[in-house]
Design a protein around this ligand. Structure first.
Ligand SMILES: Cc1cc2nc3c(=O)[nH]c(=O)nc-3n(C[C@H](O)[C@H](O)[C@H](O)COP(=O)(O)OP(=O)(O)OC[C@H]3O[C@@H](n4cnc5c(N)ncnc54)[C@H](O)[C@@H]3O)c2cc1C
Length: 391
């Protein structure tokens, strides 16, 4: 039997942070929006669940409400670099700790509340995004614009470009959910815990989320690194570990094609220095929806990508800067210099946390770095004492 056809202005594939933000924004703008996901919500997603000040800001702006009071938050972090303690930073902008099972369900509900039509829990049988057709089990969806917010293995990106990611550039992360520890324990971030990557310890009320992630091709035995990292926190070695690709590195040069837009992980929008992906997923989803709205208003669905690229520029620029900063931290000859500079400079450590917290952007960080460059270079070279902090 031929499936019944339903017509929309916009089809959003994937109901994670990017897809729900896109669907909510589009529906609030009056677009008839279909929200498709193979999973039924609530569903889990492998993630540290770190929800920064930037994420909180975007959440308030896009979903038009305050953060749920049950989100844990932390205002201190222990920062390590290549195995050495760089310092404990107190009074950082709050980092909220969430469980994606709950967070994504909330975002999805807020999208459908705004009017997006729910097609979750349905397998995609066939899709031809450029023709605006997505066939599900018992219905066919059609729309002039499609947003692929379908994660790192994005079937939309595969349909457009033949593969969802470049295996040479992609990251990979391993994570475990260990039993909860002292609820007052602070965050810990270990830069260099993996090759061109980092580790994290997020103590939450219901669980202690610990993980490591780095460039996949440079970490052939990430499991051994993860096991060693777990011993730092006395986590039993037989604790279940899960893994997933991580799209950090370069933002996708072409985040879509004509009337098809890619958002969030599908567009490669995870910060390679901080590992932050949720905020950029929500923001890119919102911007994709607004670009779709504008293209439809002009009766030019094929112009959606051009409009979206323009809107996405602040994020793609942040990713470019992040890549530069990543080089300064992780490139072999510079590593020791980075550790010395970061151990000696409270400003540098604090700026990193302000960046993570969304209080400053990479452009601000770069300006500050250049202003303080002489001091950092002296510290990095060992000519200036690192014991004394400049805070
Ligand atoms: C181990 C790990 C730890 C991380 N920790 C953090 C952190 O602490 N803080 C942070 O900000 N970021 C973190 N990230 C990154 C963050 O998880 C992602 O950037 C974020 O989830 C991207 O959101 P998204 O909506 O683009 O994709 P996703 O959240 O992956 O959502 C994609 C959706 O698409 C659906 N989908 C996929 N394929 C199909 C299909 N064929 N048909 C229909 N639907 C489909 C999926 O079911 C899913 O619901 C982490 C990532 C990893 C791997």
């Amino acid at each position: 039997m031929t499936p019944a056809i339903q017509y929309f202005d916009l089809i959003v594939i994937g109901a994670g942070p990017a897809g729900s933000a896109a669907a909510r924004t589009a529906a609030a703008q009056g677009l008839r929006t279909a929200l498709v996901d193979k999973a039924r919500f609530p569903r889990d997603k492998l993630c540290g669940g770190g929800f920064t000040g930037r994420a909180a800001r975007y959440f308030r702006e896009i979903f038009e409400r305050d953060l749920p009071p049950e989100f844990d938050s932390k205002t201190a972090v222990a920062l390590y670099g290549f195995g050495e303690k760089l310092g404990v930073i107190a009074d950082i902008p709050p980092v909220y700790l969430t469980m994606r099972f709950t967070l994504d369900d909330l975002l999805f509900r807020l999208a459908t509340e705004a009017g997006a039509q729910d097609f979750t829990g349905q397998r995609i049988v066939h899709m031809a995004p450029e023709t605006g057709r997505v066939v599900l089990n018992d219905t066919e969806l059609r729309a002039p614009v499609v947003i692929g917010a379908d994660g790192i293995n994005s079937p939309t990106a595969r349909a457009l470009f033949g593969r969802p990611f470049d295996p040479e550039e992609v990251g990979f992360a391993l994570e475990c959910e260990a039993p909860p520890v002292d609820p007052d324990a602070i965050l810990r971030i270990d830069m260099g815990a993996a090759e061109w990557g980092y580790g994290w310890s997020f103590p939450k009320a219901e669980s202690h989320t610990v993980g490591v992630g780095g460039v996949h091709s440079r970490n052939p035995d990430l499991k051994a690194i993860m096991r060693a990292y777990m011993t730092e926190f006395d986590i039993a070695p037989d604790m279940r570990i899960k893994g997933q690709y991580l799209p950090f590195g370069r933002a996708r040069k072409r985040p879509g094609r004509a009337n098809v837009l890619l958002a969030g992980d599908a567009a490669w929008l995870v910060d390679p220095v901080t590992g932050e992906g949720i905020a950029y997923a929500m923001k890119s989803g919102q911007q994709a929806a607004l670009a779709a709205r504008d293209a439809l208003a002009r009766h030019e669905p094929g112009a959606a990508l051009m409009l979206y690229r323009h809107r996405l520029r602040p994020i793609t620029q942040a990713m470019r800067h992040a890549n530069l900063v990543r080089l300064l931290i992780y490139w072999g000859p510079l590593q020791r210099g980075f550790v010395r500079a970061a151990r000696g400079s409270g400003h540098l450590r604090h700026d990193y946390m302000r960046l993570l917290g969304g209080e400053i952007e990479y452009s601000d960080l770069m300006r500050r770095l250049f202003r303080r460059l002489p001091g950092y270079l002296l510290r990095a070279s060992g000519l200036k004492q690192t014991v004394q902090s400049d805070t």
